[in-house]
Design a protein around this ligand. Structure first.
Ligand code: PA5
Length: 444
């Protein structure tokens, strides 16, 4: 269901480079399994897929059905790990132009992930024209971007639909006990789902954080979870090092990092996978970028970005490596047509599938990049469906856990994210930040 080809990456490494990582990977796997590593209170994602029951899925699907029946649009309010996974899956599975067509499912809109006044104003203007609901997602329940959005939309939803309907179409996904989102949900009587204490935001897509919006969008979360369950087994501690894709991926990227490759570019050849790059960047960036270390995660959409970033990748500083996510078979079929005049000279392609052209662009690019000194890892999934995306999610999560431990950082915290918040609160005069306000004023 997922294959990883490292042959065009390992040729940039010494003969025994991958072998050298076998013991450290085994150690990392063991530490994750036995919960003995740093950040061991955030390992709930490890066996999350196999712990998901049909009853739990049914509960999520029942809530999704209510939102589907009552709403034309559902706003997912959340930031970082509280929205990137859902957005990635929904985009990967949706019709590229679905937003232009009538659908039996609500349109899913993402907000609470920025503080753009125009963004929020324009969202509100649109929501005035439709019956909308809200999924308010925040583990801490206090994140500023999400809280501002929820404050605006909650009042609007209540005014527009009345308190009783609003109660049905506002759902909270948050901590079991603490935080403003929990307090509000309990006070107002909203349906709520719990984000487990031991699952960090960026590892939470297979909790209701991701599953509920994905189900509301009309996708099969049972198949998504099944893909993740199968990958949990495949990447498990009992799978030998050479056959374990997550272990191989983690080892290879760390070997490349040690060899001076400081940037990993995740490349896709399917526009629907743009947000896979956004989700992956958060997962790896927040997990590994600490203590002055970490591979910088970047992403490109190809062939589109070959006409913008292609020059840099081919010819810029040789500190990069590339991981290509390839989809073996698209869901649709389309051929290049024959044209009698052939003014564009494209008749040599007539009758060929568009995907055949795309695949040759992919192969040609891969070979050119390798020739240009860019190690290339290739990850192939059979097709874009719930099952394969579920497998991809778990593969990247497990790879990230192992990789962070190989790098000798705590992959499960994010202390660096607090720095901007402290300054922002001090600048905005938040009560309790008086000392910081004085200190920051002196620096301006
Ligand atoms: O991965 C993480 O932990 C973060 O990106 C969080 O998901 C993000 O900061 C949002 O936090 P919260 O869900 O508490 O609003």
């Amino acid at each position: 269901m997922l294959t990883l080809d490292l042959s065009k990456a390992t040729r940039f490494l010494g003969a025994d480079a991958m072998k050298k990582f076998e013991a450290p990977v085994a150690e990392a796997q063991k530490a994750l399994e036995e919960c003995t590593c740093e950040g061991n209170d955030f390992l709930g994602w490890m066996h999350l897929p196999s712990g998901i029951t049909p009853e739990f899925i049914a509960e999520i699907n029942a809530t999704a059905k209510t939102l589907q029946q009552e709403c034309d649009a559902v706003v997912v309010a959340g930031i970082g790990g509280s929205y990137l996974g859902a957005r990635m899956v929904i985009d990967a599975l949706s019709n590229s132009f679905g937003w232009l067509q009538a659908s039996k499912y609500p349109r899913i809109l993402f907000a609470g992930n920025n503080i753009g006044e125009d963004y929020l104003s324009e969202l509100i203007a649109y929501l005035k024209t439709v019956r909308f609901g809200i999924i308010n997602i925040s583990k801490s329940g206090t994140t500023t971007e999400t809280a501002i959005t929820f404050r605006l939309l909650k009042t609007m939803c209540e005014q527009q639909r009345g308190k009783d309907v609003a109660k049905k179409v506002i759902v909270a996904v948050t901590d079991a006990k603490k935080g403003a989102a929990r307090t509000t949900a309990d006070k107002e009587g909203y349906k709520s789902f719990v984000i487990p204490d031991n699952v960090g935001g960026r590892f939470s897509v297979l909790t209701p954080v991701g599953l509920l919006p994905i189900a509301v969008a009309g996708f099969d979360i049972t198949a998504l979870v099944k893909g993740a369950q199968d990958m949990e087994r495949i990447c498990g501690i009992d799978t030998p090092y050479s056959e374990n894709p997550a272990a191989q991926y983690a080892a290879c990227r760390n070997a490349l990092y040690a060899a001076g490759k400081k940037i990993e570019i995740l490349a896709n050849y399917q526009p629907k996978l743009h947000n896979l790059g956004e989700w992956w960047k958060q997962l790896y960036g927040e997990s590994e970028g600490k203590d002055g270390k970490g591979i910088f995660p970047a992403s490109v959409d190809l062939t589109t970005d070959l006409h913008s970033m292609g020059q840099w990748i081919q010819d810029g500083e040789r500190t990069i490596f590339e991981t290509v996510v390839s989809v073996a078979e698209p869901n649709c079929k389309l051929e290049v047509p024959f044209d009698a005049e052939n003014l564009d000279g494209l008749n040599f392609l007539a009758g060929k599938r568009i995907d055949q052209v795309n695949k040759m662009a992919e192969l040609g690019t891969q070979l050119a990049h390798v020739d240009g000194g860019v190690p290339n890892l290739k990850l192939t999934i059979d097709k874009l469906d719930e099952y394969h995306i579920g497998a991809l999610i778990y593969f990247f999560e497990k790879g990230c856990g192992i990789s962070g431990l190989l790098l000798k950082v705590n992959p499960f915290n994010q202390p660096g994210v607090e720095a901007y918040k402290k300054n922002m609160f001090a600048l905005l005069g938040k009560p309790g930040y008086e000392k910081e306000t004085e200190a920051i004023k002196a620096r301006l």
